[in-house]
Write a protein that binds this ligand. Structure first.
Ligand SMILES: [Fe+2]
Length: 322
């Protein structure tokens, strides 16, 4: 049986339609207790952030201009192993975590480069297309990074770490900003996996800042159900990633999340706060399977390499040492 899109969504709402209250935090004023509870219970929270919100429409406009350029122009900015996969990732070029299914989203990534990367070294070079000539994306990138630094200081305190604990891990960081465009889909869905334009995954970041102009983001709350988390005009969503989960010894949840397929076209802007390539996490970690507590050094850069080469269909090019 093939259901049309609205029938699919109606059926899904019966299963997944419970909204959970996600706290809104003023990062400058809040105490660390509220932050710790949000990270331990949900793995996400909103941060009041008017300056990012006011820049968002301009960023979406620039993203729209880029994605409407000719394919040959966009290909000049194509994400490759040489660019450390920064740049343009056309719809279908990225796969799911297992490398088996296409993700249905056009993406443009800018970010800090690994030392030996050969292409698009500077953010200015990455934003060289005239689509970005109003510099809203550049400003959004800078503002996101500042906002994330503040959040990290608060998280550091919330974990009981000494002040400046994270500093040595962030002197050559690999932060990244992604502009994501999900074309609206009006035709009938052929298979259950088509209900999701982006399949369920956990981010390889300390944490991720997410803004969206339409609903579509679903987060798996309390390891149980996927919950729709709609956009807010006054706040950006902060999602705990795998690195913070491990650095907290497993206390802070890194929730699975995905994007549902919709009839509406949708943009999201996603900033990932990531440490130096060589940052190694050595926190005691409780295995989800066995419950055993161990200290397995976790090399963040190599873990990211394994993921990005796999999802970009380039696993056979993965550097040997990873
Ligand atoms: Fe994600």
């Amino acid at each position: 049986m093939i259901l049309n899109l609205s029938e699919h969504l109606a059926r899904k709402n019966l299963i997944d339609g419970i909204m959970t209250d996600i706290p809104i935090i003023n990062i400058k004023e809040t105490g660390t207790t509220e932050l710790r509870h949000a990270c331990e219970d949900l793995g996400c929270f909103f941060v009041k952030q008017e300056r990012l919100d006011s820049l968002l429409p301009g960023v979406i406009e620039e993203a729209g201009r880029f994605f409407s350029l000719s394919e040959s122009t966009k290909q000049r900015f194509r994400a490759t192993p040489e660019s450390y996969f920064v740049g343009y990732r056309p719809n279908g070029s990225e796969k799911n975590m297992h490398g088996t299914q296409d993700e249905h989203c056009d993406q443009f990534k800018i970010g800090m480069m690994k030392e030996n990367s050969k292409a698009f070294k500077s953010i200015e070079k990455q934003l060289e297309s005239p689509a970005f000539n109003t510099q809203k994306t550049q400003h959004y990138w800078e503002r996101s990074s500042q906002c994330a630094d503040l959040i990290l200081k608060k998280l550091e305190a919330s974990l009981g770490f000494e002040e400046h604990y994270f500093d040595p891990f962030f002197n050559r960081p690999l932060h990244q900003l992604g502009l994501n465009y999900y074309p609206g889909i009006s035709e009938k869905l052929a298979a259950p996996q088509d209900e999701h334009s982006l399949s369920a995954h956990v981010d390889l970041s300390l944490f991720t800042l997410i803004s969206q102009d339409q609903p579509g983001l679903q987060i798996r709350i309390k390891d149980q159900i996927f919950t729709e988390v709609g956009p807010r005009e006054d706040a950006v969503l902060v999602l705990v990633g795998e690195y913070l989960h491990r650095w907290s010894g497993g206390r802070y949840k890194a929730p699975m999340h995905r994007v549902s397929t919709s009839e509406q076209l949708r943009y999201s802007v996603v900033y990932k706060h990531r440490p130096n390539y060589d940052a190694v996490i050595r926190a005691p970690y409780r295995s989800a399977n066995s419950g055993e507590v161990r200290v397995d050094p976790y090399h963040t850069g190599k873990a990211y390499d394994r993921k990005i080469y796999t999802i970009m269909g380039a696993a056979d090019l993965l550097p040997n040492e990873t």
